[in-house]
Write a protein that binds this ligand. Structure first.
Ligand SMILES: [Zn+2]
Length: 402
């Protein structure tokens, strides 16, 4: 068996027959069972990749391969199809999250002769696309919209001498296995279509369905953002970049507003009362105020980081701080294991990502030297290390470049 004999048009022909016959007849005719683990994704349609490869081999050589004829596994077939420029998605395997992050680490970014550093076009476009998933905008973006939004981004945050050519990432991100382009007829897809073709065929691009599904999970999403920043954007002003790209929610851990102070005061003034939805035009997450009171009681209104107990209006004053923020984009849970009792100063530093808790429970500074100091914790106050790790990751992507 030589999958290397298969050409681009053989695969296209096989997908056409697949559509003509319908999936079940196609599989039956050529001796394949249903297999959802590796799917060829083409123009929004999904195909069993092994069966397509077997039939494409038949078109190429006259030798139609059946399921039992493949010596390599489905992964080998996937690699062969990807080399021809096709998108092959792995199904919802447990390892898919790791595969996603691995694909992000291995983008085929160009390095021009004058550019020893990897091009930022693909990573910037992916970050932009991630911000769309945060905002729940449609998965596929029409080319003109992509051009108008991503183009300026490439100018501002691309490498100094790079040109703003959004058509390149729009098209070439297909090579990542995470991205698809729809609307371009197969005969024009063999090499990169020029802008006129993108315009004429109303091309659309975006994450594949599987990738979009993975990125709807906030923890996976943060890991994806971190991977892109750490791998390709080490020297960029990442705080400015995230804010510009529409990911400003990732530059703080929570809502750093006066509202927070108001809310904290309300907790004192309304003991035991209900927690009404606040009537405001801003998006405020109603949190469980009984829970906020509980963490303050447990910690006796003493800051878990600096041990201060503030006095305000002759009463002890402290704030309940969510470790992983509530609401978009972090979607942390309102539960005791996600809460700290902090003084106002430490709360600002914590939400502002200036301090974090390391895996040993020591509080450290993100951007400067600070003597590590253990986080104090009352015996009845559980903490979820997953939330602490989430906050720590946020601090890492926002850390100033040294
Ligand atoms: Zn403090």
């Amino acid at each position: 068996m030589g999958l290397g004999d298969i050409g681009y048009e053989d695969v296209i022909a096989a997908t056409e027959e697949f559509r003509r016959l319908g999936r079940d007849t196609f599989l039956q005719t050529y001796g394949f069972g249903r297999a959802a683990s590796y799917e060829l994704v083409l123009d929004g349609r999904r195909y069993d990749s092994k069966a397509i490869a077997g039939v494409a081999h038949g078109y190429a050589t006259g030798d139609f391969l059946r399921a039992g004829d493949f010596s390599g596994g489905a992964a080998t077939v996937a690699r062969c199809l990807r080399e021809l420029g096709f998108v092959v998605e792995t199904g919802a395997a447990p390892s898919s999250r790791a595969t996603l992050l691995d694909s992000l680490r291995k983008l085929k970014v160009s390095r021009g002769p004058g550019n020893p550093a990897p091009s930022r076009h693909q990573p910037l476009s992916l970050l932009w696309a991630i911000s769309r998933t945060v905002d729940e905008r449609p998965r596929m973006t029409p080319w003109p919209e992509f051009r108008d939004e991503v183009g300026p981004l490439l100018t501002e945050f691309g490498l100094p001498n790079a040109k703003a050519t959004p058509q390149y990432p729009f098209w070439h991100l297909r090579g990542s296995g995470l991205w698809e382009v729809q609307g371009i007829p197969a005969d024009l897809s063999r090499k990169m279509p020029n802008v006129t073709i993108l315009d004429a065929h109303q091309a659309r691009a975006g994450f594949t369905e599987g990738t979009a599904r993975l990125l709807s999970d906030p923890v996976t999403r943060l890991d994806a953002i971190t991977t892109l920043c750490e791998t390709y954007l080490k020297d960029a002003d990442r705080r400015a970049l995230l804010a510009h790209i529409g990911l400003s929610g990732y530059t703080t851990a929570g809502n750093l507003t006066e509202e927070r102070i108001e809310a904290a005061l309300d907790e004192h003034d309304r003991p035991g009362g209900p927690a009404p939805r606040r009537d405001t035009t801003r998006s405020v997450i109603v949190r469980d105020e009984a829970l906020a009171r509980r963490v303050k009681e447990l910690e006796d209104n003493r800051c878990q980081i600096c041990d201060t107990t503030l006095r305000y209006l002759d009463r002890a004053y402290s704030e309940a701080a969510h470790i992983r923020g509530l609401g978009s984009p972090h979607h942390g849970p309102d539960e005791l294991r996600n809460l700290l009792c902090l003084c106002a100063n430490c709360h600002v530093l914590f939400d502002g990502l200036e301090i974090y808790i390391d895996p040993d429970g020591l509080v450290r500074a993100t951007n400067h030297a600070r003597d590590p100091h253990p986080l104090r914790r009352a015996p009845d106050h559980p903490l979820d290390e997953a939330h602490v790790a989430y906050h720590r990751t946020l601090c890492m992507i926002n850390a100033h470049a040294r």
